[in-house]
Design a protein around this ligand. Structure first.
Ligand code: GDP
Length: 432
């Protein structure tokens, strides 16, 4: 049985925590898209970790952690990450890397930086991890699959060919130093040695595992609004963030995905540029940013301050729909305990009309938030384990949002650790 854990919004919803928690009762955790450009923060008995490439199940000995073919694989970063957790006394994780995953090349990272420099004020707010140049090359069919590292002749020929192409851009567009094919080849030999122990036919492995009745978690990165098709294009990421893509990025049949847990944070946050209708500014934003997440809303990969805002029902309803949500995990609710009143964005006003349907980007730029204020609960809710024990206004907030979303909130996260979770029965659960 396969379960996907994905984001409804701009990312940083707390998917890492939910994956880590659900991994207690799973066998395999697969990353199926994205790269080291976003991070998951996990708090457990070994400490606090920011993971970028490793799936969030690496802390369990019973879990096999898989990097699927859909991932942008940065080999040195993966090695550093394995090293950094083993150094902190986490038992060496079982890791498999798809022989069809493609490799983030050193020049992808450089091109990412050069392009952001070239665009200046019009940049996309890239994390400069090479993700956009990587996926461009993948679809331009000049990417390198892991398996190609093991075929010396083809590798050498391809390195020459790709360098010739890249060097034209480096010289004439970016005015930067050229790539020396021999040096690149040597770097790739180093990558080959590093990755060799982990390489496998992931889709065959998962096929066998499913036949044996194993439970597989697909761990998404970022969220619906960063999807290149359904998100706020062009301020999106370069690989699909949707659960449906999990089938492709892991190499499994789509019908195997039985549960889709869409993670929604109790307020909004976003990193990078792009329309953000319910965004806050000034003092109110500062306070939410400082109190948010676990130690403030600052990017796990970049340390950049995240943009914050009130919960956005329009964006989240859309986010849940595109994911094909069976369950909503509503996270970081404990953070809102300081508020007397909590505004919720219930509609967008565009050209004088109010809508609850998430619009295309050109219209989104003109949207203004319509807020409804709900009473706060004004107390700490961490430590509570039963839904009925949450304050009345807190349940009211959850139920109001569930109604606006139209998808069942079955998990509520009220703290960063695995244990901070409240399961809830939802009347909507039967209808989906
Ligand atoms: P992801 O990319 O979706 O996995 O999200 P991140 O890990 O980047 O961001 C979530 C942040 O919120 C992390 O710092 C988590 O430790 C923290 N977090 C997750 N769930 C909760 C929660 O219920 N309450 C609080 N206070 N923090 C949480």
């Amino acid at each position: 049985m396969v379960k996907a854990i994905v984001g409804a919004n701009w990312g940083d919803e707390g998917k890492g925590k939910i994956t880590d928690m659900m991994a207690q009762e799973a066998d395999i955790v697969v990353r199926f898209q994205g790269g080291a450009n976003a991070g998951h923060t996990i708090v457990n008995s070994y400490g606090k970790f920011a993971l970028h490439t490793l799936p969030s199940g690496v802390f369990y000995q019973h879990i096999t952690s898989v990097i699927g073919n859909g991932v942008a694989l940065d080999i040195p970063k993966l090695m550093q990450e394995i090293q950094s957790i083993v150094e902190r006394d986490v038992p060496a994780p079982k890791i498999l890397v798809s022989d069809r995953a493609q490799i983030v090349m050193p020049y992808h990272i450089l091109f990412d930086q050069y392009e952001e420099e070239r665009l200046g004020g019009k940049s996309f707010g890239s994390t400069k991890s090479g993700i956009a140049p990587f996926y461009s090359d993948k679809y331009a069919k000049i990417g390198f699959q892991v398996s190609e590292l093991f075929d010396e002749e083809t590798l050498r020929e391809k390195v020459e060919r790709v360098c010739a192409l890249k060097n034209v851009l480096l010289e004439h567009l970016y005015h930067k130093p050229q790539i020396v094919p021999e040096e690149l080849l040597e770097t790739l030999h180093g990558y080959r040695e590093m990755i060799a122990p982990y390489v496998c036919d992931v889709s065959a492995f998962l096929d066998q595992a499913l036949k044996e009745g194993k439970t597989v978690l697909l761990e998404g990165q970022l969220g619906t609004l960063k999807d290149p098709d359904h998100g706020i294009y062009p301020m999106v990421t370069s690989s699909s963030t949707l659960a449906a893509y999990g089938a492709i990025g892991a190499g499994i049949p789509p019908y195997e995905i039985r549960q889709i847990v869409t993670v929604c944070k109790a307020y909004s946050s976003a990193v990078g540029a792009g329309a953000f209708v319910s965004e806050l500014s000034g003092e109110e934003a500062e306070e939410l940013r400082r109190r948010g997440g676990d130690g403030g809303e600052y990017g796990a990969t970049t340390g950049r301050p995240r943009r914050v805002g009130w919960f956005d029902c329009v964006a989240s309803k859309y986010g849940c729909r595109l994911q094909g949500t069976t369950d909503v995990a509503f996270t970081v609710l404990d953070v809102l305990g300081y508020l007397e009143e909590i505004p919720v964005c219930v509609g967008y006003e565009i050209d004088g009309e109010v809508t609850t349907d998430f619009p295309v980007t050109t219209r989104l730029e003109r949207a203004k938030p319509v807020f409804e204020k709900l009473p706060g609960w004004n107390c700490q809710i961490r430590g509570i384990r039963k839904y009925e024990e949450l304050p009345h206004n807190c349940r009211n907030y959850i139920e109001f949002i569930e109604e606006k979303l139209g998808y069942p909130i079955t998990m509520i996260s009220n703290g960063p650790s695995r244990e901070d979770i409240i399961y809830r029965e939802s009347s909507l659960k039967k209808q989906v």
